[in-house]
Design a protein around this ligand. Sequence first.
Ligand code: NAD
Length: 287
Amino acid sequence: MANIIDGKTISAQIKEELKEKVTAMQAEGRKVTLAVIQVGKDPASSVYVGNKKKACAYIGIHSLSYELEEETTQEELLALIEELNGRKDVNGILVQLPLPPHIDEGKVTEAIRPEKDVDGFHPESVGKLCTGQPGFVSCTPAGIIQLLKRSGIGIAGKECVVIGRSNIVGKPMALLLLRENGTVTIAHSKTKNLKEVTKRADILVVAVGKPKMITKEYVKEGAVVIDVGIHRNAENKLCGDVDYEDVAPICSAITPVPGGVGPMTIAMLMNNCVESADSCFLGGRPV
Ligand code: NAD
């Protein structure tokens, strides 16, 4: 049976390290401040924003909360970002996605100054990741690298297959695995013979957005399987993109859902907030 990669414990460790770091910064009179903007009242977004604010409070990061009406115009949102960009006391800016359809997410993402782009979505942050320069890295894939490293799983020289090519998970994941010297393949919705491709993987990262799609037929015996998916089934229970019961018996290590990748995303957001006020810590450092 596979080792379970415990994202709950690893994310708690990271949060403790960050708390210590922030406490030391405060003792030197330095404060970390994150501005969190939500437009509208999407219930899932409200839960995510609430969890982010809770994590900030735990670590000692000051959070400024902007809860804007659904009808907020793009110009009003851009004006607020511009104001926060200019404020010396604000280290990081986070705009919770998705935004209402009348607002262009690309324009909003690009409006945040790259030095304050704690989500790592700005094209400059992505370009820095691509060219091996320090910069903010998208939190979910950065968290997966920490899961692997802190579980003692080497990446260098390994066959790594990422299923999914989204801008926030699949592509940055592939770049990070490459940065760690993995041999990386990206599979996606147009990939032919997906099972043949995924069966090559020593490390298989699944970010396909389809509940329990990945069964043992897709997995090489002894592989490490990282499940990024989050879904609620008919009984309101969480499951991932991987059929855990089917796959766990044949792999060497696997992340559960819940308690695997999920908790790492917020931990790495907190890491990026601390990085935004201090020098590089975990995510943006090239190796
Ligand atoms: P997405 O829908 O943007 O991308 C899915 C990708 O899967 C696409 O690139 C597509 O090419 C590929 N794909 C779709 N069908 C396929 C198929 N049949 N075969 C091969 N490839 C296929 O999703 P995303 O934003 O990258 O998220 C993926 C999953 O991860 C979702 O379940 C999402 O909820 C979850 N997620 C979790 C976290 C977290 O913190 N744990 C963060 C972000 C996303």
